[in-house]
Write a protein that binds this ligand. Structure first.
Ligand SMILES: [Zn+2]
Length: 61
């Protein structure tokens, strides 16, 4: 299945809805992926307002 990124929280996922925030708003055009393991220590996580570990898109359109 094709990967897509959540428009709300940028989580990269496959399937119907975002496992992180439950949104169905998603896009398959996103740039870059980053794995957030420790959101409290990650600058990217702070910037994207990520609080849960997982794979996230750097930029969504
Ligand atoms: Zn989401």
């Amino acid at each position: 299945m094709k990967q897509k990124a959540c428009k709300i929280c940028s989580r990269v996922f496959e399937g119907e809805k975002c496992p992180a925030c439950g949104s169905k708003e998603s896009t398959d055009s996103f740039k870059g992926k980053t794995i957030i393991l420790n959101s409290e220590k990650s600058e990217i996580a702070k910037r994207l307002n990520i609080k849960e570990k997982g794979v996230y898109a750097i930029k969504t359109k």
